[in-house]
Write a protein that binds this ligand. Structure first.
Ligand code: AMP
Length: 480
């Protein structure tokens, strides 16, 4: 399948080709023809699935048929939850529209100076990408007219609702013509989103794509238990010295925690920066530029600030603190493994957080393999979580709920981690090192082996407090 066969014209196809984008992703294949036909769409898809192109390409194609109508006003309006996401959507739009003549894209986002936005709104704007709050400000000041909007896109609608933008969205939508096309993209389609779709869309086509599990098959997920915060720091230090690491995002629960951890890592000599909502937009933009250029190797970030970051060199994600919601785990690990690359996602947890791990595992539909790093094993034993109460398979693509039995028999746990390569970095001596067991290569996390592979593909370090079970789905999963 090609983008031509989906109905896109040569200008867009050649712009995509220049960026090495030749084959549509599933969400693009499903959404583009329907959107070109003028249908309203409700699309469930994750970041990293190619959703931006799925809504922007048909919008641009339709817009290109109205060429020579400069001065019509805003024709495509995209609402996004965060500045970063809005700016990425605008950047992607500029890339995709490289060969469309005289297309003007404007971005109107919070935390940026008004002056430049007022100036850009005073000129012709074809595609406007905005965060809801700031757009409301401009609407109230009558700086922007939305009566010419033909296509309205709600990107990451669930997140916008979580962030309390419902009234702003409704006020903005009321300024657009009823004849508009509406495309709603969201990771989840339940609850508040269902309510929104019922009010705003006309006879929408519903498209549900790729369960989370499949989306992240290129990301190796690892779980490391720690005794306390200081142990976590030692584990993090070790992980960040992986020679295969290009760039990493480390997630913390709070803005203060992000600053503190960034300071600590800077003291350890890592080229590090923090990214969170307390920073002004200039600082955030600067940090993102440094990250894009590879001058920041480790970004310590909070969930909202890092949402939508699309930097292909992010090879590692580390959950230093667990996410508040299981769903955020999926968004976090999706910052790595971009554009078809592989990625490593490490989650650090203390034993008391075991129930949260279980919630995440049930949300993603499989266990996260618990591992240890030789010399950095936790002192306390932690029993496996997900295998304790195995449930039945969740049908592919269906929404996980606590009521639905959805444990997938035989669902694959990614288990061929390049992590096991012999090139793992030697790490600094730590208090845990003296307890280290002699087996296994030094400095590697010991992934527990699979049934029938007593020592694992690459060999695994024998663990302290070994209470491995000889049967069961993950018989040697959490072996300490
Ligand atoms: P998104 O899901 O919109 O955040 O896109 C994630 C990444 O995938 C971006 O870096 C896009 O440039 C890239 N991308 C989008 N569509 C394709 C495609 N059909 N083939 C390869 N990469 C793509």
């Amino acid at each position: 399948m090609s983008f031509e066969t989906l109905g896109l014209g040569p200008e867009l196809v050649s712009a995509l080709h220049e960026q090495g984008i030749d084959t549509p992703t599933p969400v693009q294949a499903a959404a583009i023809p329907q959107a070109l036909a003028g249908r309203d769409l409700i699309v469930s898809s994750q970041t990293g699935s190619g959703k931006t192109a799925a809504f922007m390409l048909p919008a641009l194609e339709r817009l290109s048929h109205h060429s020579g109508t400069g001065g019509r006003g805003v024709q495509v309006l995209v609402l996004a939850p965060t500045r970063e996401l809005a700016m990425q959507v605008a950047d992607a739009t500029r890339d995709y529209s490289n060969h469309l003549k005289q297309l003007r894209v404007a971005t109107v986002v919070g935390g940026m100076p008004y002056g430049a936005q007022i100036k850009s709104l005073a000129r012709r704007v074809d595609v406007l990408v905005a965060t809801p709050g700031r757009l409301i400000d401009h609407l109230q000041a009558r700086r922007v007219n939305l009566s010419t909007v033909q296509a309205l896109v709600l990107d990451e609608a669930d997140r916008m609702l979580d962030m309390g933008f419902i009234e702003d969205i409704e006020a903005i939508v009321s300024r657009t013509p009823e004849t508009r096309q509406t495309l709603l993209f969201s990771a989840t389609l339940d609850g508040k989103v269902a309510h929104l779709t019922a009010n705003l869309l006309r006879d929408p086509q519903r498209i549900e794509i790729a369960p989370t599990q499949k989306d992240h098959s290129n990301i190796q997920q690892h779980l490391l238990y720690a005794d306390d915060g200081s142990h976590k720091r030692s584990l993090l230090d070790h992980l960040l010295r992986d020679p295969d690491l290009d760039q990493a995002i480390v997630f913390t629960a709070t803005k203060h925690g992000a600053d503190e951890l960034a300071g600590h890592l800077s003291d350890q000599g890592f080229p590090v920066a923090a990214l969170h909502g307390d920073m002004n937009q200039r600082q955030r933009t600067r940090t993102m530029e440094l990250l894009q250029k590879g001058r920041v190797r480790v970004l310590v970030a909070t969930d909202v600030a890092a949402r939508g970051i699309d930097v292909q060199a992010i090879s590692h994600v580390v959950n230093f603190d667990l996410p508040m919601q299981a769903e955020d785990y999926v968004h976090r690990i999706g910052r790595t493994g971009r554009a078809g690359r592989s990625g490593q996602a490490f989650t650090l947890a203390v034993p008391a957080e075991r129930h949260k791990i279980r919630r995440i595992e049930h949300f993603i539909g499989h266990a996260i393999p618990a591992e240890t790093i030789q010399g950095l094993e936790p002192k306390r034993a932690v029993r496996p979580t997900y295998k304790d109460h195995p449930r039945k398979a969740r049908p592919q693509g269906s929404r996980p709920t606590t009521k639905t039995p959805w444990h997938k028999e035989g669902s694959a746990v990614e288990n061929k981690s390049p992590w096991h390569k012999d090139s793992a970095a030697p790490r600094a001596k730590s208090p845990w090192q003296k307890d280290a067991n002699a087996a296994g290569a030094k400095g590697r996390p010991a992934r527990d082996s699979r049934p029938g592979k007593p020592n694992g593909k690459h060999g695994s370090a024998q663990q302290p407090h070994d209470n491995r079970r000889s049967a069961g789905r993950y018989p040697q999963q959490a072996s300490y």
